[in-house]
Design a protein around this ligand. Structure first.
Ligand SMILES: Cc1cc2nc3c(=O)[nH]c(=O)nc-3n(C[C@H](O)[C@H](O)[C@H](O)COP(=O)(O)OP(=O)(O)OC[C@H]3O[C@@H](n4cnc5c(N)ncnc54)[C@H](O)[C@@H]3O)c2cc1C
Length: 459
């Protein structure tokens, strides 16, 4: 029963006094690696800094989670490439005090029902696949992979295989093809991942292609993975460093109210959880789309895919020597398989399966469908034996642009965000691309260094 108010005064809403403003030199919005890096550098330079993250924990999709038996998984394969960027490797190692496992990357590819090493020469391919290629040494001088240039170098049968099977195994790419994206643009997502080793003389026109060339010329590729806490251990380590440096890290603030001076686009204050913050500089390290929302700037529809993630814990160890498999076979509804047990140094009984599918379409979204579909493929590919039972299965799906246009070198619609020079807002990386950290992190630092050098915060 509702108790009626006894007097008219009782019925008046309580008068809310605005909380006192809490000042700092900088506010960093977004607590994944961009935000963690920026806050880390600012506090190292002596700026008082506050970091605000809307989720209950730091790390975004780079955080990890545990299954019902306490085993750790990531949101898809996440490893730090050793010395792909010296700056990044050293910064991550410093953040985590060297507490990482150093692993040799063993990448495999799946074509039809065959699992073979990435970059195996054609002579080592199974006969069924070898027969698609010409019977001569292959010299790849391709500048731009198109159906014609692939046919010229690898033969028309292999070119058809690339388009009709490998590319077709990526539903998101097929969706883009339907939407009118040039297939020669889409094929850069599978070239040269699924191609046999060849002498390559073509130009290294993109970051991605240079990376492939380097990987192919180096005898081993190393990667780093935290000893504790999955890949998210890096974000956890950054947080400990930040807090030790006096940075206030606030998580779970998903109801931020921005007071923005229209015209100058200056953030006067940010209110959340009964507190009010203000700073002469606000570094935006969350997705740029969210900033468009705050500023009321219209944004093009990016049509993210569904990223499906299956995390299996098996009774017995898996039967696969590779650290990861990329799949170019439409008969397997899988984009990538990885083995988190191998990364953490724990029992090798964990399997992570990823697949990106368009949100528009008849893709089933239920857990049981994907569990059975993926198990059938894992068994057909010989990764789980007939007697190996599932101990635990976790299923997640989330919208992502990762497998959409998110490969370096492929044009994506970018957001043009022009802020007046007097604004205190700094979008640290105004892009919607998701690229490797070794490319991204130096860009965060470059942006910050330029901003501080040219403008300063307290000058
Ligand atoms: C499946 C997958 C696998 C990957 N694997 C690798 C890999 O193996 N190696 C590698 O180097 N890179 C990998 N990447 C890329 C790497 O994860 C990204 O480069 C990195 O996540 C980018 O971090 P970020 O801080 O720029 O942005 P984001 O990840 O976009 O982080 C933004 C943060 O801001 C928060 N936020 C959002 N909106 C708001 C708001 N309004 N207010 C406050 N906070 C907000 C979010 O919760 C999030 O924590 C992978 C990416 C994906 C998706």
């Amino acid at each position: 029963m509702t108790v009626p108010p006894t007097t008219e005064l009782d019925a008046l809403p309580a008068v809310r006094t605005a909380p006192a403003v809490e000042e700092s030199d900088a506010i960093v919005i977004g607590g994944n690696l961009a935000g963690l890096f920026v806050a880390h550098v600012l506090s190292q330079l002596g700026y008082s800094t506050r970091l605000i993250e809307k989720s209950p924990r730091l790390g975004g999709l780079d955080s990890s989670f545990t299954n019902t038996n306490g085993r750790t998984f990531d949101h898809g394969l996440h490893v730090l490439d050793y010395m792909r960027s010296e700056l990044v490797t050293r910064t991550f190692l410093h953040a985590i005090d060297g507490e990482v496992n150093e692993l040799v990357r063993r990448r495999g590819i799946v074509l039809r029902d065959h699992v073979l090493p990435y970059d195996a020469p054609a002579d080592n391919w199974p006969d069924e696949l070898r027969s698609l290629l010409p019977d001569r040494d292959i010299v790849d001088d391709i500048e731009r992979p198109t159906r014609e240039s692939i046919a010229r170098v690898y033969g028309s049968e292999f070119a058809d295989f690339v388009y009709d099977e490998i590319l077709a195994s990526y539903p998101s790419e097929m969706r883009h093809k339907e939407l009118g994206v040039d297939e020669a643009e889409l094929v850069t997502n599978v070239y040269p991942w699924f191609f046999p080793r060849a002498t390559r003389t073509g130009a290294r026109t993109t970051v991605s292609r240079s990376y492939h060339e380097r990987m192919r010329s180096e005898p081993v590729e190393l990667m780093l993975y935290p000893k504790e806490g999955g890949f998210g251990g890096f974000a956890d380590a950054f947080r400990r460093k930040l807090e030790a440096q006096g940075v206030e890290v606030l998580c779970g603030l998903d109801d931020l109210a921005y007071d923005i001076e229209r015209g100058s686009q200056t953030v006067r204050s940010i209110e959340a959880a009964d507190r009010r913050f203000s700073a002469p500089r606000v570094y935006w390290c969350a997705p740029v789309g969210a900033l468009c929302g705050v500023l009321g700037v219209p944004m093009a529809d990016t049509k993210p895919d569904w990223f499906m993630l299956g995390s299996f814990q098996m009774e017995d160890p898996v039967t696969c020597d590779f650290t990861e498999l990329i799949v170019g076979a439409p008969e397997h509804a899988i984009s990538r398989v990885s083995f988190p047990g191998k990364f953490s140094g724990g029992p090798d009984d964990l399997i992570q399966v990823e697949h990106a599918v368009p949100r528009a379409g008849e893709w089933p979204l239920d857990k049981d469908h994907w569990r059975e579909t993926w198990l059938a493929s894992l068994s057909k590919l010989g990764i789980v034996g007939a007697s190996n039972a599932v101990v635990d299965f976790d299923f997640k799906r989330f919208p992502t642009l990762y497998n959409c246009y998110g490969v370096e070198g492929v044009r994506m619609p970018e957001i043009e965000l022009e802020l007046p020079p007097e604004s205190n807002l700094r979008p640290v990386l105004p892009t919607i691309r998701s690229v490797n950290l070794s490319t991204r992190v130096p860009q965060f630092l470059e942006f910050l260094a330029l901003d501080l050098a040219q403008n300063g915060i307290r000058s």
